[in-house]
Design a protein around this ligand. Structure first.
Ligand SMILES: [Zn+2]
Length: 233
């Protein structure tokens, strides 16, 4: 019985699009999307999209976050130019009596994509520790993978491991993608190249491809050198 005037349907569609701004950030790959409850500053959307495509571990973190309906995360860029902020990321979290968890993650910019991978992976793992209800003080007391820094923040082996793993995953497919692009630009077929890179395992093909120059400009706004003295909390 319900009929929709065409114009009314169009309005509904527009309202739907407007109500889901995060969908604009999402890749065609529906299995790896920016979580609905993670608001990423536009400056870092491309970075997060690349990390999702390159790192299964990062995609798993994001899926875990999306399942935590009581969590809201905001990702902000901070200028990495000053000596005090350069290379340091931090996450401030507030838990409310009703159970909501708000996390604000400050990520220095610009960095190389693998540095982004390490910092995003590290900081989001801290959020996941809270989602999982990890007792950081108990772990610290037991010297079981957590310690308390001078400023009162906790540091954990779990977050360090997550950051390093994601950085590693980001570096490998990027090298493979660069090689594939290089091969395509030569007019040769790239068949098999991505497959070889995707496994992460060294192969005869991979070794051969690695000797070719890679396409420039793969990483976005990467600084000339890695940030020294990265300080993470
Ligand atoms: Zn940390």
């Amino acid at each position: 019985m319900t009929r929709f005037h065409p114009a009314f349907v169009l309005v509904l569609v527009l309202i739907t699009l407007a109500a889901t701004p995060l969908s604009a950030q999402q890749d065609a790959n529906r299995s790896a999307v920016i979580p609905w409850n993670m608001q990423v500053n536009p400056v870092l959307v491309q970075v997060v999209t690349e990390l999702l495509a390159a790192s299964p571990a990062f995609a798993a973190q994001c899926a875990h976050i999306a399942d935590a309906r009581f969590v809201r995360i905001t990702i902000n860029p901070v200028m990495a130019s000053s000596t005090t902020s350069r290379g340091s990321a931090r996450t401030a979290m507030r838990r409310f009596a009703a159970g909501a968890l708000l996390a604000v993650v400050d990520i220095p910019v610009p960095l190389t994509i693998s540095e982004y991978g390490e910092l995003f992976g590290h900081e989001l793992e801290h959020v996941l520790e809270q989602i999982d209800g990890v007792d950081l003080q108990a772990m610290t007391d037991a010297r079981g993978g957590a310690s308390r820094l001078a400023d009162g923040a906790y540091e954990t082996a779990r977050a360090r491991r997550a950051g390093l793993l994601i950085a590693e995953q980001v570096e490998r497919p990027h090298a493979a993608a660069a090689r594939a692009r290089s091969a395509i630009s030569r007019g040769s077929t790239a068949a098999g190249v991505e497959g070889a890179g995707g496994t992460g395992a060294p192969s005869a093909a991979g070794t051969q491809m690695a000797q070719r120059p890679t396409a420039p400009g793969i990483s976005n706004a990467a600084p000339a050198q890695p940030a020294p003295g990265m300080r993470r909390r």
